[in-house]
Ligand binder design. Structure first.
Ligand SMILES: [Zn+2]
Length: 346
C-alpha cells in the first residue's frame, strides 16, 4: 500500500513539475477552452482557446491559498470551463471573483462561483444585475443576430477552398450555436460582496486593490490593481482594442481614464484584446473618445439619424493603437448612446 501511495505521489509530483515547467516556459498553456499566458509569478491571463465562446478575457491572481479570478465569463458553461481549465495552472481553489462590470460577457458565469466564492463588484453592478439585463439591448445583441450570422457563415463555408479556413469557419458556427444553448442556463447572479469607492484584499504576500474610478464604459467598472507587481486589470474601461460604447458615459469616461493613468503601473490586463504596457494606448483611446464625441455631435446637428451617422464617423487615424479599427464607421450602438445622452442626460 505504502509503495503504491509513493508511486502515486511521485507520479503526481512529476506531473505537477511538468505542468509548472510548461507554465514557466513563456509559451501560453492551452487547457480546454482557455489559454493561460503567464504575466508574472502567480498572475495569468486567460483567453479563449477557440473551442467555445467564453466572452471576456479573465486575469487570474494566485495568492498563498487561493485563486482570484477577474470576470466569470459569458455563460455558466464558460465559468465551469474556466474552473476546470485552471487546474492545469494551479491546484488552488477559486475563492474570489471580481466582476469588472455588469456586462453579460464578464459576469454571466457568476452563478458557478457564488456557492463557494465571494463575488465582488461595485454597488452599481449589483443594482444593474437586479434589473432585467436579459431583456436589454447589450445582451440581446449577443444572441438575436446569431441565426443570420450562422447562415452567412454557412454560405462562406460552402465556397471556401482552404481546409484550414473552412475548419475555422465551421468552429465559429459550432461555437455560436452552442452559445445559443448555453445561455438558457443563465441565472443572472449579482455580486454578493459590493463596495462603492475602494476595497483591498490582503491575501498571503499579495495586496489586491479594487477601485472604482468613476463612470466610463458603464457606471459599474472597477479596476483591480496590484501595486507591488505594477499591474492593473481594467475590464472594458480600457481594452487594447476599441471598447463597446452602448452603455457608456463618453465624456466622463475620458476623465475616469485620467484617474486610471494616475495609478502607478506598467502592465495592463484588459477585458478584451491583449496584455499591453504603458499609458500611450490610454492617451490614444481618450483622443478617440473626444473625436467620436465631436464628430457625432456634428452629424447630429446636421439632422442625421444614428444609423445614418455611424458609417460616417472616421476614427481610422487611431488604428495603429486600437487595431480593431479597420475602416471608416463606428458601431451604431455608440452613436445611439451619444444621441440618447444628448436627449436625456443621466
Ligand atoms: Zn463591457
Amino acid at each position: 500500500m505504502r509503495v503504491r501511495m509513493t508511486v502515486l505521489f511521485v507520479a503526481l509530483f512529476a506531473g505537477w513539475i511538468w505542468l509548472d515547467a510548461r507554465a514557466q516556459s513563456g509559451a501560453p498553456l492551452v487547457s480546454g477552452a482557455h489559454r493561460f499566458e503567464k504575466v508574472t509569478d502567480g498572475v495569468y491571463y486567460a483567453t479563449a482557446s477557440g473551442t467555445m465562446n467564453v466572452g471576456s478575457n479573465s486575469p487570474v491572481i494566485l495568492t498563498d491559498d487561493e485563486a482570484l479570478v477577474i470576470d466569470s465569463e459569458i455563460t455558466p458553461a464558460a465559468g465551469r470551463a474556466l474552473v476546470a481549465d485552471l487546474k492545469a495552472v494551479t491546484p488552488k481553489p477559486v475563492r474570489y471573483v471580481v466582476d469588472s462590470h455588469y456586462h453579460y460577457d464578464h459576469s454571466h458565469g457568476n452563478q458557478v462561483f457564488t456557492p463557494t466564492a465571494q463575488v465582488i463588484g461595485h454597488d452599481n453592478t449589483r443594482r444593474r444585475m437586479l434589473t432585467n439585463v436579459l431583456e436589454q439591448f447589450t445582451y440581446l445583441n449577443s444572441v438575436q443576430p446569431i441565426p443570420a450570422r450562422v447562415e452567412a457563415l454557412k454560405q462562406r463555408i460552402a465556397q471556401e477552398k482552404d481546409p484550414q479556413q473552412k475548419a475555422t469557419l465551421e468552429r465559429q458556427v459550432a461555437n455560436s450555436l452552442a452559445y445559443l444553448e448555453q445561455v438558457k442556463e443563465t441565472i443572472v447572479t449579482p455580486p454578493n460582496l459590493t463596495f462603492d469607492k475602494a476595497m483591498t484584499l490582503h491575501r498571503g504576500g499579495r495586496e489586491i486593490r479594487i477601485l472604482y474610478l468613476g463612470r466610463g464604459h458603464t457606471d459599474t467598472d472597477v479596476v483591480v490593481y496590484l501595486p507591488k507587481e505594477r499591474i492593473v486589470c481594467t475590464g472594458d474601461l480600457m481594452e487594447s482594442i476599441v471598447s463597446y460604447m452602448g452603455d457608456s458615459y463618453p465624456e466622463e469616461w475620458i476623465a475616469t481614464l485620467e484617474k486610471l493613468k494616475a495609478i502607478d503601473f506598467d502592465t495592463v490586463m484588459p477585458g478584451h484584446g491583449v496584455v499591453f504596457k504603458g499609458k500611450s494606448k490610454i492617451d490614444a483611446f481618450q483622443n478617440y473618445l473626444r473625436d467620436v464625441i465631436t464628430q457625432v455631435a456634428a452629424l447630429r446637428k446636421q439632422g442625421l439619424s444614428a444609423e445614418a451617422a455611424a458609417p460616417k464617423v472616421d476614427v481610422t487615424k487611431y488604428a495603429s493603437e486600437l487595431p480593431s479599427i479597420r475602416g471608416v464607421g463606428i458601431d451604431v450602438a455608440a452613436v445611439r448612446r451619444i444621441y440618447q445622452l444628448a436627449d436625456h442626460p443621466e
